[in-house]
Design a protein around this ligand. Structure first.
Ligand code: BTN
Length: 260
């Protein structure tokens, strides 16, 4: 059975009808799906790559994508107003984090889209809007080794294989994440309960309750991360009062509550 068939058969979701396209190598699954979305591809289309040559991260960064990782993008045409799309970054983060925890990995979420294990990055999510559709791009360092990554980023990342000492079936992992997204999205669309998404993300987060530094372009702000606002923004308590942060790069500057 092909990787695409294995993923399609394992996803259990009333909300998502999954149609998977697999590449051995592609520059970026988000870019492939962007072109497909512009051509009218359906909600539930998924592009998977075993290796990306030009993987992209947030803030214009490169996402190193050696073989062994899970690199995939999901096209959604959600029944939500576009200003609620940032919630889907949080929702996808929760699905990835729970799929990792089910493997025994002590994953936690750093605002807005990083998945960490012991403060080292193991995964990330890049959501992009294309002609009203949402592309949810997910990268997880699954069966790769730290040594497979560029030297200058090795000490900031880890992989599931390094943490657990064994490899994980990539089709099962991707399908479990997609199932998790489908379950959560179905609930959100049915109930309109944005707060439930925020509460789950907050429970899985290692950012809240910590002193953080947020760098956004040339601007740097520091404060205590106190919560998540209605549209997914990070709430900070700074020396000049409360502040809502909608974008930027968060650094944890003080030990907070212990991980899971
Ligand atoms: C981040 O942490 O900055 C987000 C990383 C997102 C990486 C994934 S891998 C699959 C998809 N294709 C891309 O080019 N990027 C996303």
């Amino acid at each position: 059975m092909s990787l695409a068939q294995m993923i399609e058969r394992r996803v259990v979701s009333r909300r998502l009808t999954i149609d998977v396209l697999v590449f051995d190598t592609t520059p970026s699954t988000n870019d492939v799906l962007r072109a497909m979305a512009q051509g009218g591809a359906c909600d539930g289309t998924v592009v998977v790559a075993r290796h990306q040559t030009a993987g992209r991260g947030r803030l214009g960064r490169t996402w190193a994508s050696p073989p062994g990782g899970a690199y995939f993008s999901l096209l959604l045409r959600p029944m939500l107003e576009a200003d609620r799309y940032p919630l889907l970054t949080l929702l996808a983060g929760s699905a990835v984090c729970e799929a990792l925890r089910a493997l025994g990995v002590s994953a936690a979420l750093k605002w807005p889209n990083d998945v960490l294990v012991c403060e080292r990055k193991v995964g990330g999510i890049l959501c992009e809007v294309v002609d009203g559709a949402l592309i949810v791009g997910i990268g997880v360092n699954l069966n790769s080794h730290v040594a497979d990554f560029p030297h200058e980023i090795q000490e900031r990342l880890t992989t599931v294989r390094e943490v657990t000492g064994h490899t994980v079936d990539i089709a099962t992992f991707i399908a479990d994440v997609l199932t998790g997204i489908g379950t959560r999205l179905e609930r959100l669309e049915a109930t309109g309960d944005d707060q439930a998404v925020i509460e789950e993300w907050s429970r899985l987060s290692c950012t809240l309750g910590r002193h953080v530094k947020v760098v956004d372009g040339g601007q740097v702000v520091e404060g205590l991360a106190t919560g998540i606002g209605p549209s997914g923004a990070l709430m900070l308590e700074t020396t000049s009062g409360p502040l809502l942060v909608r974008a930027g790069d968060v650094q944890h500057v003080q030990q907070g509550r212990p991980g899971p």
